[in-house]
Design a protein around this ligand. Structure first.
Ligand SMILES: NC(=O)C1=CN([C@@H]2O[C@H](COP(=O)(O)OP(=O)(O)OC[C@H]3O[C@@H](n4cnc5c(N)ncnc54)[C@H](O)[C@@H]3O)[C@@H](O)[C@H]2O)C=CC1
Ligand SMILES: O=C(O)[C@H]1O[C@H](OP(=O)(O)OP(=O)(O)OC[C@H]2O[C@@H](n3ccc(=O)[nH]c3=O)[C@H](O)[C@@H]2O)[C@H](O)[C@@H](O)[C@@H]1O
Length: 448
């Protein structure tokens, strides 16, 4: 089937390559010429395990092309929409400028029988508004919402082996229901291989599909902030939040996944999605239902502040950090990604710089993005270099490379000014580090 994917960022580029690997003839459209050039060469414009191989294979097969020219999407039976929906600059609400511009473009080219399928994360009610725009331009076209649940770092697997497929389709009177059924049947053709592999498929109305996405992210964010709130209590009582998570996680109703306490959540999705969800609930007059998400956000922000406070505490307890050198290990918002959007690690680095510290950072993949966001950061090429002369080290993103560090190696132990480390992701073997002579503090694990 001919498919277009509008917006080829973290979501769209992987989706386009994934759809080509299912045998479809795919054109990916993006307004960013540099991204399109890289993708056309079969190169991933960002770090995502498995994507370069998939892209090259699919571009070479001739089934996958990229362009900045939306005209090339003309005639595709399905137009996936994957443009960004960032937080607005001056409010918590989602910025729908890119979505609206993409829909205006699609309205010009969409033909009869073609379906626009939204994948971007949008406030509930957006899809039905966009459906009107498409129908005004082409009454025989349609629109469905098929939210995306992929995780960065696992995006290829999540695209080709998703937990579930959710189709939000038109409903209401008979004609609308028939249109919705036709759209669902078309999506079944797109995803035939995944359905054959028994991927659960849920058919909903448009609003429910939009809400499934934002409520899933709100739940995940809440789970993380719950365990981080427990970490705050553990810090005051000498209890150990990791053991606590292991113990409560064995209850299958709770589950251990997403109970890793530490520096909290960041990235291009969870933080902005919970804020946009609250903003939308306020608009709908049901703001109180989501007031708890303010607390979820608050706990999350406090974890970052706590790491800054601990840094001050361990380096002499002064208000400012002038003359102090901090080595920050990890700058991406999570491991296996180069994404620094709302990265807790970078936020901590920025706060330390604001207090006068010299900050030396290292990340296996995110240095280029980090340099764009926080140019004052001194970037290094290895953990040992980041720690050279440091008064304190902070593990801010739990890359495997940091878990594997040998705390006794002279390269680390003998080049720091002071052997102090904050494990802000609870990922190090505290016993081994302490045995090697380090003062180690881990978030939520008492003060030992
Ligand atoms: N990154 C992720 O893991 C996931 C993201 N999402 C959602 O997917 C959407 C996209 O997110 P990302 O891919 O992370 O954002 P991104 O910023 O990486 O990619 C968006 C892309 O859209 C392009 N674009 C903007 N306007 C355009 C237009 N009119 N025509 C063509 N291209 C245009 C931009 O140049 C950019 O390359 C957001 O709504 C996000 O919440 C959903 C699930 C997972
Ligand atoms: O809507 C989206 O874009 C995506 O957002 C998240 O995916 P992602 O942002 O890629 O990363 P996660 O693995 O969810 O991690 C998010 C943040 O939470 C933090 N986290 C995660 C898990 C945990 O136990 N503790 C914790 O602090 C991570 O370090 C990271 O900063 C969701 O997991 C995806 O299902 C969703 O599709």
């Amino acid at each position: 089937m001919r498919i277009s994917v509008i917006g080829c960022g973290y979501l769209g580029a992987v989706h386009a390559a994934g759809m080509a690997s299912l045998g479809h003839d795919v054109i990916g459209i993006d307004i960013d010429a540099r991204k399109v050039e890289a993708l056309t060469r079969g190169e991933a414009p960002f770090f995502e395990p498995g994507l370069p191989e998939l892209l090259r294979e699919q571009v070479d097969s001739g089934r996958l092309r990229f362009s900045t020219d939306l005209e090339l999407a003309r005639g595709a039976r399905v137009h996936f929409l994957g443009v960004g929906t960032p937080q607005q600059r001056d409010s918590d609400a989602a910025d729908l400028t890119y979505v609206d511009a993409a829909i205006a473009g699609l309205a010009r080219i969409v033909g009869p029988g073609e379906v626009v399928v939204g994948k971007s994360t949008v406030p509930v009610g957006t899809a039905s508004r966009l459906l009107e725009c498409i129908l005004d331009a082409q009454p025989d076209a349609s629109l469905a919402w098929n939210p995306e649940f992929l995780r960065e770092g696992f995006a290829v697997t999540d695209t080709l082996r998703p937990d579930r497929l959710v189709y939000g389709v038109r409903g209401g009177d008979d004609a609308e229901r028939e249109a919705g059924e036709r759209d669902a049947a078309l999506l079944d053709e797109v995803y035939a291989d995944l359905l054959e592999a028994d991927t659960p498929r849920l058919l909903t109305d448009l609003a429910t599909a939009e809400l499934v996405k934002v409520s899933a992210n709100a739940f995940l964010a809440t789970k993380i902030s719950f365990i981080n709130a427990m970490a705050e209590i553990c810090e005051q009582t000498g209890a150990d939040v990791t053991m606590l998570a292991d113990a409560i996680g064995l209850d299958p109703r709770i589950g251990r996944r997403f109970l890793n306490s530490g520096l909290g959540f960041g990235g291009g999705c969870l933080p902005k999605d919970i804020r946009a969800f609250q903003a939308r609930a306020n608009e709908l007059g049901v703001g109180e239902s989501l007031h708890f998400l303010r607390e979820v956000d608050g706990v999350n922000q406090r974890r970052r502040a706590r790491v800054v406070e601990l840094t001050r505490e361990l380096t002499g307890g002064h208000e400012r950090l002038d003359g102090i050198t901090v080595g920050v290990l990890g700058l991406a918002f999570k491991p296996n990604s180069d994404d620094t959007r709302d990265s807790p690690a970078l936020d901590v680095a920025r706060q330390l710089l604001d207090l006068g510290a010299t900050v030396r950072g290292y990340d296996p993949e995110a240095s280029a993005n980090a340099a764009r966001v926080v140019p004052e950061l001194a970037l290094t090429d290895s953990p040992a270099e980041a720690l050279r002369g440091a008064d304190i080290a902070i593990v801010a993103t739990e890359w495997q490379e940091f878990r594997d560090l040998d705390p006794a190696s002279p390269e680390l132990r003998d080049t720091v000014a002071s052997a102090r480390i904050i494990d802000a992701r609870n990922c190090l073997d505290a016993t081994a580090w302490r045995a090697a002579g380090w003062t180690l503090r881990a978030l939520g694990r008492g003060t030992t």
